[in-house]
Design a protein around this ligand. Structure first.
Ligand code: DGL
Length: 266
């Protein structure tokens, strides 16, 4: 059981930023990654659709004997986490929001925090609700930035066109005088530096990858399910294969990877 893989899923390849960080921190763990490229982007879908897709993927990962499942997508974490936990009770399920919120518990320097993400994530208001449950002193403001995930997915980052789109979104009154910003989308670590430059490195940018990785490491230890295998493997699955996804996936995972197409809805 301990050497069984960890299941990770996202609407597309953004969750590979989490998979990459996990691979570096937990080299003995094997992973099955599922990117639902057939239904991407989740950020534009209804809550009902996101729940249905997410639940099917979680069930698929469970059928592959995954010992834990990580929802490496903010949109699915915002909308479908509870439904997955209700339907799958014998496997630990992790979202990418709670560890980030918990990390703000003892923060007293952050007065006003911005959250940027997809429409599904921002409309759910989940960050504001959860942050204010643990720390009422933080003023949480949110901004939807729907073009950013598809832009990154298409390989547009660290270039003039991406900087100009990011600037267009972030030059927004809502974000005036924030001193921290949560990158509430698993695609955004790839544009962290561009965002940092736009704020002249003056605000604290919270990229969830490190926080999530640390949390998962602690959880595996706590549940006594850490792998001791020296033959860890990575299996990358997408629900709809295109060469361009495979190319972009290599950017996200920082090495050439092969994607296998499995359409679990067929
Ligand atoms: N990776 C997804 C997230 O973290 C965004 C992409 C999408 O809209 O599907 O919200």
């Amino acid at each position: 059981m301990c050497n069984n893989p960890i299941g990770i899923f996202d609407s597309g390849i953004g969750g590979l930023t989490i998979a990459y960080a996990l691979k570096k921190t937990l080299p003995n763990e094997s992973f099955i990654y599922f990117g639902d490229t057939k239904h991407l982007p989740y950020g534009e879908k209804s809550d009902k659709a996101i729940k249905q897709y997410s639940l099917s993927i979680a069930r698929f990962l469970k059928s592959k004997n995954c010992k834990a499942i990580i929802i490496a997508c903010n949109s699915a974490s915002s909308v479908a986490y509870k439904a997955i936990k209700t339907h799958i009770t014998d496997t630990p399920i992790y979202n990418v929001i709670d560890p980030v919120v918990d990390s703000l518990n003892d923060q007293d320097q952050i007065k006003k925090i911005g959250v940027i993400g997809t429409k599904a994530t921002i409309n759910s208001n989940v960050y504001e609700k959860k942050i204010n449950q643990i720390n009422k002193l933080i003023n949480v403001v949110s901004l939807e930035t729907p073009l950013l995930a598809p832009m990154i997915e298409e390989g547009f980052f660290n270039q003039e066109i991406s900087t100009s789109i990011i600037k267009n979104y972030l030059d927004n009154k809502t974000l005036d005088s924030i001193n921290a910003l949560i990158l509430a989308c698993t695609h955004y670590p790839l544009i962290k530096e561009e965002i940092n430059k736009l704020f002249n490195s003056k605000i604290h940018i919270i990229d969830s990858t490190e926080i999530i990785t640390k949390h998962i490491k602690e959880e595996l230890k706590k549940l006594n399910i850490k792998s001791s295998s020296n033959n860890s493997y990575y299996h990358f699955i997408v629900s709809n294969f295109t060469e361009s996804f495979e190319k972009s996936a290599s950017f996200f995972f920082k090495e050439n990877i092969k994607l296998e197409e499995i359409d679990i809805w067929k």
